[in-house]
Design a protein around this ligand. Structure first.
Ligand SMILES: C[S@@+](CC[C@H](N)C(=O)[O-])C[C@H]1O[C@@H](n2cnc3c(N)ncnc32)[C@H](O)[C@@H]1O
Length: 289
């Protein structure tokens, strides 16, 4: 059924077979096959202008596997689950940052304050990438409750297993936290020394609040996904088509507690909202209490 919705690239790439400088032959048919596979699995639409990017990201796998053609590589991807995951990891876009779209965290702080009397709160970062979003949620909770062990559990999921490993470690290059206020850097990060110079690590208390786990938002079932006070699903829906976005929003509403918040990315505007979800402005939404 999903295959029926597959839209071929809007603009055809320039013929790539005659590209003399390339190490591997990458035909239009190979590129279409890549597009179909990633769309069917993760809902990610690749436009024709991504052809060179796809080539450069996947050639690393061809070299690692000592394969001489994309056709053989894609056969391998389809036959081998581990290689399929490496293929997915290579094609995702993982751009993220601590306190990206800070207004969401300000709203979250007020919301947590209002729910102080509700016991442990649960928050889901549903396209978590390397974890900066989940740690920003954890820091917001720690600041709101003024303790390093706030009564909050955070689930961080992503279809890309490689980024989750980074999130789990909680180790980042120093530049990633450079713009954060000194108070946050002092309170929630440790500076690396020796071999770890130039890196920071999130303090253990915050890391313990978060569980990192693989999850494909397009999967038929979401095992282990319960009810959440707030869900962040930011800057991933832009890769999905409109019907997929609406279906996902409906699923998210189902997993939000009454009065719970849903946060989308800054460029994500939805042509329709599911029943029970009302906009609060600035890509924040609330489930009807
Ligand atoms: C651009 S990052 C956004 C990270 C973070 N939410 C933020 O806004 O900073 C998008 C993430 O969505 C993930 N992603 C793409 N398709 C997905 C899918 N079908 N299921 C779960 N995650 C997906 C990618 O692996 C990537 O890490």
């Amino acid at each position: 059924m999903i295959e029926e919705r597959y839209a071929p690239p809007t603009r055809r790439p320039a013929p790539v077979t005659a590209e003399p400088a390339r190490e591997f032959r990458f035909t239009e048919a190979d590129f279409d096959r890549v597009c179909r596979l990633i769309y069917r699995h993760a809902g990610i639409r690749l436009n024709a202008n991504k052809e060179s990017l796809v080539y450069s990201r996947l050639t690393r796998r061809l070299r690692a596997l000592d394969l001489s053609s994309f056709a053989r590589y894609l056969d391998r991807v389809e036959a081998d689950a581990e290689e399929f995951q490496a293929f997915v990891n290579a094609l995702t876009t993982n751009l993220t940052a601590f306190f990206r779209e800070n207004h969401h965290f300000q709203k979250l702080s007020g919301f947590l304050e209002n729910r102080r009397d509700r016991g442990e709160l649960r928050i889901w970062s549903a396209a978590a990438s390397t974890g900066e979003e989940a740690y920003s949620i954890a820091i917001t909770a720690a600041q709101t409750y003024d303790r390093h062990d706030p009564p909050v559990r955070i689930l961080a999921t992503d279809v890309d297993t490689k980024v989750l490993e980074t999130g789990q470690l909680g180790i980042y290059p120093l530049e990633r936290v450079e713009r954060l206020p000194l108070e946050l850097k002092r309170g929630y990060f440790l500076r690396g020394k020796g071999a770890r110079a130039g890196q920071v690590r999130v303090v253990d208390e915050l890391r313990e609040l978060i569980e990192f786990r693989p999850l494909n938002l397009l999967a038929e079932a979401w095992p282990g996904i319960g009810q959440y006070d707030a869900i962040f699903c930011r800057n991933v829906m832009i890769y999905f088509d409109k019907p997929t976005q609406l279906r996902l929003l409906e699923r998210f509403v189902h997993h939000l507690k009454p009065g719970g918040l849903f946060f989308a990315g800054h460029s994500e505007s939805f042509f329709r909202l599911p029943a029970g979800l009302k906009p609060l402005g600035k890509t924040s939404f609330e489930k009807s209490p």
